[in-house]
Design a protein around this ligand. Structure first.
Ligand code: SPV
Ligand code: MG
Length: 302
């Protein structure tokens, strides 16, 4: 079994465009893996939304890590955790890296904003950026504290989000690269890929570049491939899929005062059991529990 850190590093360094799909709990992480993805984006937006709170560090870092541990345990592909600003200063980042390694997370992405952060698509231009030298120290602290040489630290540049131009984005990326970042995530909130393409043209191949085409979703993937980006992150689409499915189902059941109609549209309960790997426990019970004459209490899978 290849270590998750190594798997993530290979994705970052692979010559072809790779993809990470967002997940926000153990179940969605498993669905991402079953769909065929090679890696998971542990989205701060999606995890906080699933908790019912805002993407403003309202969920504590230990609450986030508890969720990410379930995600990691449920899957064999690596997770790149969206670790926001690192949940504090360089010292908090050092502890964060040690904890992420313990729960088998492949790497983390930290962004050059201030704690408590705000989602990049909410009043981005009013968001203060971190001092780039201070943020470079955070990146260096992260790299110095990892035990596994393949643990990946992705530095996210929010210059475009905050209304700055290409020069500022490149200046920041250089500082973070010099501090040891394994990759740069260049974020943009405009509806075209212009900013990230401009960045990549200047940055060239100094280190892998990661993008999040949430707002420029109409850009064909071939454009990203041709430009030589390393990873494209689909950052929130499963959360948004789940929201509309749950809204429609809840609304229909409320209106019908019945689940008869919706039953045809939703997965059978046995699909839930399959995703939970209930059959493995049934086998283990046969192996480890003392034999009884009684039938198993339930046999929901078969
Ligand atoms: C996230 O998924 O939480 C991200 C990406 O950080 S974004 O929401 O685009 O800022
Ligand atoms: Mg985020």
């Amino acid at each position: 079994m290849i270590r998750k850190t190594t798997q993530l590093r290979r994705l970052l360094e692979s010559p072809k465009l790779e993809f990470l799909m967002e997940a926000h709990n153990g179940l969605s992480a498993k669905i991402v893996e079953e769909a065929g993805f090679s890696g998971i984006w542990g989205s701060g937006l999606a995890i906080s939304a699933a908790f019912g709170v805002r993407d403003n560090n309202e969920a504590s870092w230990t609450q986030v890590l508890e969720t990410v541990e379930f995600m990691s345990d449920a899957t064999t592909i690596p997770i790149l955790l969206d670790a926001d600003t690192g949940f504090g200063n360089f010292n908090n980042v050092r502890r964060l890296v040690r904890k992420l390694e313990q729960i088998n997370v492949g790497g983390m992405c930290i962004e050059d904003k201030l704690f408590p952060k705000t989602n990049s698509f909410i009043k981005g231009e009013q968001q203060p950026l971190a001092d780039p030298i201070e943020f470079g120290g955070k990146v260096k602290a992260a790299k110095d504290s990892q035990q596994d040489p393949d643990f990946c630290v992705v530095a996210r540049v929010e210059a475009f989000i905050a209304g700055w131009g290409l020069d500022e984005a490149l200046k920041r990326a250089s500082i973070y690269h010099d501090a040891g970042a394994d990759a740069i995530l260049i974020h943009s909130k405009i509806s075209t890929a212009e900013q990230v393409l401009d960045f990549k043209k200047e940055w060239q191949d100094r280190c892998p570049v990661v993008i999040v085409p949430t707002m420029y979703h109409n850009t064909p993937t071939s454009v990203f491939r041709d430009a030589g980006f390393s990873i494209s992150i689909w950052a929130n689409q499963l959360l948004r899929t789940a929201i509309i499915s749950m809204q429609q189902a809840a609304g229909k059941i409320f209106a019908d005062e019945s689940v008869a109609e919706i039953e045809k549209q939703i997965v059978p309960v046995k699909e839930v059991f399959r995703l939970q790997n209930a059959s493995e426990l049934q086998q283990a019970e046969k192996k480890y529990l003392p034999p009884t004459k009684e039938q198993p209490l339930v046999d929901p899978v078969r």
